[in-house]
Design a protein around this ligand. Structure first.
Ligand SMILES: Nc1ncnc2c1ncn2[C@@H]1O[C@H](COP(=O)(O)OP(=O)(O)OP(=O)(O)O)[C@@H](O)[C@H]1O
Length: 335
């Protein structure tokens, strides 16, 4: 990856950017009441409302079959919605299809049927599909920014898996989109390549492109996203700033296995966030594990107060909740 050429790409796309004067606060994509029922009757999207902010990296997280690909396919105009509305920078993606589509680049999961084409030709051809006049200087910037310049005359079939993924991104950037969708950009790739892809995506975001990526790797959402949305069974079940989500993840639980079960939490311990579980034989204390120092002192105080109240325990353990716990809980609740 060559950061200086990405800067050039940035400068160039700013010059060509028709929406540069629009308000940053305005969502770049507004989805409201979006429904999709496939021909066979399967209800794949159910009243989806979602706003994507200009310049963010938004990760759409969900298990297999949740509706991620359907959602981005509808936004990109590849699948017709059954109801609802999508606006891309103010353009209705059905009525003003051409204007809306021109703003979007889509990086699909796989390259299709172009194995014998060269990198240069396939990327240039993609630009032509959007009715844009040829611009070899732009294609050169894109290829340099993705470290593909040296491979421009290679046929796709001769490239490594990582380079093929970069070609997919180059194709999607060929018509200078302001919004880039990446459908499971790192599905099935090794750890090194995944990190490499993350760097590419972050640098694109830094160059002013809004990024929406779908993933079922929680780690990927944690690493990359400014905001995280969870979709399950065709419904958006959570949208939150990653930082806020991570603060929630900072909460820890101390479980005390009691000698004798309690019928209720004693009044003397009312100041602590305590819950009884396992028919009163477990006492669970939830506390903020992100504040250094607090944790130890509040546990010491609790243990002292338990002793004073005559409550004995035979074992204890602590656990920290993770994004995975939240995700599993959300998905479980809805199924
Ligand atoms: N063309 C179609 N006709 C009928 N049903 C479809 C069609 N495309 C997708 N579906 C169904 O819609 C649901 C959502 O599929 P979708 O591909 O959007 O999920 P996803 O979240 O992208 O899953 P994955 O992570 O497996 O790619 C699935 O149950 C799928 O079988």
């Amino acid at each position: 990856m060559d950061p200086s050429s990405l800067n050039d790409l940035h400068q160039a796309s700013r010059l060509n950017d028709p929406d540069a004067s629009r308000s940053v606060a305005e969502p770049v994509i507004s989805i409201s009441g979006l429904d999709k029922v496939y021909a066979g009757g399967f209800h794949a999207l159910k009243a989806v409302d979602l706003s994507i902010r200009r310049g963010e990296i938004f990760a759409l997280l969900g298990p297999n079959g949740a509706g991620k690909t359907t959602l981005i396919s509808v936004v990109c105009g590849l699948v017709n919605p059954s109801g609802g509305e999508v606006r891309v920078d103010g353009f209705d993606n059905v009525r003003d299809y051409r204007q809306a589509r021109a703003l979007i680049g889509l990086v699909p999961q796989e390259l299709t049927n172009e194995a014998f084409e060269t990198v240069w030709n396939t990327v240039s051809f993609s630009r032509g599909l959007f009715g844009k006049s040829p611009d070899p200087a732009h294609i050169e910037r894109v290829l340099k920014s993705l470290a593909l310049w040296d491979k421009r005359n290679n046929r796709l079939i001769t490239l490594s898996g990582g380079m093929k993924r970069r070609v997919l991104i180059a194709k999607a950037l060929s018509h200078e989109p302001r919004i880039l969708f990446l459908d499971e950009p790192t599905a099935g790739v090794d750890v090194e390549l995944r990190r490499d892809m993350w760097d590419v995506v972050r640098q694109l975001r830094d160059s002013g492109v809004t990024i929406i990526l779908t993933t079922h790797y929680i780690e990927e959402a944690e690493e990359m996203a400014d905001r995280i949305g969870v979709i399950n069974g065709g419904q958006i079940v959570l949208v939150e700033e990653k930082a806020a989500l991570m603060r929630k993840l900072g909460s820890k639980q101390l479980t005390l296995h009691l000698h004798a079960p309690l019928a209720e939490v004693p009044v003397a311990l009312a100041d602590y966030d305590l819950q009884l579980a396992a028919d009163g034989s477990e006492l669970i204390y939830t506390y903020d594990g992100t504040r250094d120092g607090d944790e130890g002192s509040s546990i010491t105080a609790l243990l002292g107060d338990l002793d004073a109240a005559g409550i004995a325990f035979k074992d204890l353990h602590t656990r920290q909740s993770s994004l995975e716990d939240i995700f599993v809980d959300l998905v479980k609740e809805r199924t």
